[in-house]
Design a protein around this ligand. Structure first.
Ligand SMILES: [Ca+2]
Length: 501
């Protein structure tokens, strides 16, 4: 009887493991991702443009920084510098290299324990894509219904041959008709090509709120379809989606079977991290606790949060932390590095690269050594001054931002529960400090975070939880320390302590 029960449980377990999506998600430790704009990252052949082989050359750097995944911004052939308007979903833009270069990159990444996901813009293609050219030339083309047409002019539509096509972003990006079965078949083939033939580990899904503009229900339906297709092809693939919205809207999207959604409310000058670190905030610890609790109760338990402070579309982090206060810039990452989920860092963020305003300014060449050696600026970039030190100059400086990033990532990975556990915010009389109990089945830590610019002294046991050991700490000042003696914890400004029982 017992045996039969056991085998029944085993079969049930196997069944659950083979189902796509939700069941497998939460128990695993999420990966942390490094976002790369290939054109501006590293040039391997001296033509002035970053390329895939350049990324391969820098994989040790990415690994040593502590990242276990890279997100490559679009690499498929495209007429634009950013390549979010694709002309061939089955290739690599010659500016960046070849499919074999990508295969080489993937195998070198895997050898270092790094996963590779590609940016996948399928809301729209390029107006130069052969599908669209055919659809425009001939109203009887088999590709006509791959796009959305109107007999009259309307907002978000553009004229072509006496009819109007939907192109919500620009006229150069015609929206694909995602209700057309042939389009869905094509997208399924695209997924199969990259996941199975090329071996990428997943996708970053671009602009998912625009699939059916303003229609959450249909967007989620499409995301479920796409996620099921991808996980059927590769059960372990990872999908992270861009729904650039407020928290409740993101939570609604996260009910879909896509693994992860970017946590936009954490990011940028108006985000949770910036607000917590604002100069006038005398209750920075309480604020951070409230934001942590808000995320915990709003996002569905099965989703993997993907917090970040900057990406290729936003102003860079130093724009809101301010160059005059390097410790604040460090602490912005300290907060990010203690968050649940899989965090995302945009190339150059770790050395404090600046950039805001027009998009090209947010996407300039990575400063490895010297400003004279960076890749060619994206067309339209106007701010080409570098106000931070290069990777070379920060590498061996224990006080550098880069060194802090490495330490923060080391702390994060020393306690997998930080990434995968649930949070419970404990009360603390000193509102400059925040106590977060982070726990999963077999691990539990108490994170004590002092985001404030003051030193603090507290008795952690006053929270009602007993943690006896100071297991790790992280300070923005490399010469500072956290002390835990006779039940009292002394923390310098902008510091983090990890206590275990
Ligand atoms: Ca090149």
């Amino acid at each position: 009887m017992k045996k039969r029960l056991l085998s029944l449980l085993l079969i049930l377990g196997l069944l659950l493991c083979t189902l796509p999506g939700a069941f497998a998600r939460k128990e695993e430790v999420p990966r942390d991702w490094y976002e790369i704009f290939v054109r501006s990252f590293c040039d391997s052949d001296g033509d002035g443009l970053g390329d895939l082989n350049g990324v391969t050359q820098k994989l040790d750097y990415v690994r040593d920084l502590g990242f276990t995944g890279i997100w490559l911004m679009p690499i498929m052939p495209s007429p634009s510098y950013h390549k979010y308007d694709v002309t061939d979903y089955y290739g690599v833009d010659p500016e960046y290299g070849t499919l074999d270069d990508l295969r080489g990159l993937i195998s070198q990444a895997h050898a270092r324990g790094i996963s590779v996901i590609l940016d996948l813009p399928v809301n729209h293609c390029s107006s130069e894509h052969p599908w669209f050219l055919s659809a425009c030339e001939d109203p009887d083309s088999e590709y006509r219904d791959w796009f959305v047409w109107s007999e009259s002019a309307q907002s978000g539509y553009h004229e072509a041959g006496g009819a109007w096509y939907e192109g919500r972003f620009t006229y150069g990006m015609p929206d694909l008709n995602l209700d057309e079965p042939a389009v869905r078949n094509e997208i399924a083939s695209i997924l199969a090509f990259w996941l199975n033939e090329v071996g990428v580990d997943g996708f970053r899904l671009d602009a998912v709120t625009s699939f059916y503009t303003g229609d959450l229900r249909r967007n989620v339906e499409f995301l479920d379809w796409l996620s099921d297709e991808a996980h059927r092809l590769r059960p372990d693939c990872f999908l992270v989606a861009e729904a650039w919205e407020g928290l409740s809207e993101i939570a609604a999207y996260a009910e879909s079977r896509v693994d992860s959604f970017f946590t936009f409310p954490v990011s940028q000058a108006e985000g949770y991290i910036a607000k917590t670190l604002a100069r006038a905030n005398k209750h920075s610890g309480r604020s951070w606790g409230e934001y942590t609790a808000l995320l915990e109760e709003t996002l569905p338990a099965a989703t993997i949060p993907a917090p970040f402070t900057e990406n290729h579309d936003t102003g860079r982090t130093v724009g809101f932390t301010g160059r005059s206060d390097p410790d604040k810039t460090k602490m912005a990452f300290g907060l990010l590095a203690t968050m649940r989920g899989g965090i995302f860092v945009y190339y150059g963020q770790e050395i404090g690269m600046a950039g805001s305003g027009e998009d090209p300014n947010k996407r300039v060449g990575m400063l490895w050594t010297d400003a004279s050696e960076v890749t060619l600026p994206p067309p339209g970039a106007t701010n080409l001054e570098y106000s931070c030190a290069s990777v070379r100059d920060q590498e061996d400086d224990p006080a550098s931002l880069l060194s802090y990033y490495r330490q923060a990532m080391t702390l994060r990975h020393s306690f997998p529960v930080i990434s995968s556990g649930e949070s419970r915010v404990l009360s603390c009389a000193d509102e400059r400090v925040c106590l977060i109990l982070r726990s999963c089945e077999d691990e539990e830590v108490l994170l004590i975070i002092n985001p404030s610019a003051s030193p603090v002294r507290l008795v952690p046991a006053d929270s009602g939880e007993r943690f006896t050991t100071l297991a790790a700490f992280l300070c923005t000042d490399p010469d500072a320390s956290v002390f835990y003696r006779q039940g009292t914890l002394r923390m310098p400004p902008r510091s983090i302590a990890v206590l275990t029982r």
